[in-house]
Unconditional design. Sequence first.
Length: 311
Amino acid sequence: RLPEQQKRSESPLSWFRGVYLPPALHPLNKTFIKGGEWQDIDSTQEKRRAFLQDFCKKYNSRKKLQTHLVHLVSRIYVEDRHKVLYCEVPKAGCSNWKRVLMVLSGLAASANNISHDDVHYGKHLRKLDSYDLKGIYTRLNTYTKFIFVRDPMERLVSAFRDKFEHPNSYYHPVFGKAIIKKYRHNADKEALKTGSGVKFKEFIQYLLDSHRPIGMDIHWEQVSKLCYPCLINYDFIGKFETLEEDANYFLQLVGAPADLKFPKFKDRHSSDERTSAEVVRQYLKELSKEERHLTYDFYYLDYLMFNYTSP
């Protein structure tokens, strides 16, 4: 692990300029797959990978985007036993994926008994940026890299509902107070004091503001900036819309124990209706036509990369 001082002293581009990860798609190891019941999922998977590869070639993102290698892999979790790398996309099944990684690595016997706090704050799982350069490159080039994504607008609304419509000791005082102060005219003292009660329209005003009063957050950051899909060649692209079948197929691909299935339970706020296309429509009604267009534009690359239909 590099000392923090050394990390800061180097130019942000010094590690990555002129160095690109292998562009070719690597065939998935399907030796663990038995029977033909996964044929349709496998066919869909190959189409997703090819689509993303074609997109990246078309937009030539490899040459346009250069970034510090450590930042590039900062959202990727490592599971050395089964040689997998998982790029975390919040609100796309990430809590349950971390539970699964803990079981795969031998840190837990079952995914069903791991609490939300243990998953996100227990620091049981190691990230790729904690390795030295050789360790990073070796794993990027030899491990199975996977990502799970979600319709951008559904992911956005899900994040808003989770962080702002329920009590939250971090998002209300940190983000809520700043959002209410800047975007709510004649805000009352209680709202300014607690940061609770942020409206979806106010949240979108913050999201679209080039001079945000507070920075971005991984729960609504674009996948293109979390996981760099045109720089890192993901071997498996799962979607939240087909989460269970994609996840269980992937577990077979990497030789996971036969009794390990992807958890079905909702991580938090289990009594709430899941964020669906219909739920999203209700939230988008609160926005002007221009705000809806600008929000789509904000996630434009995510829509294109993963072949989602524009709303």
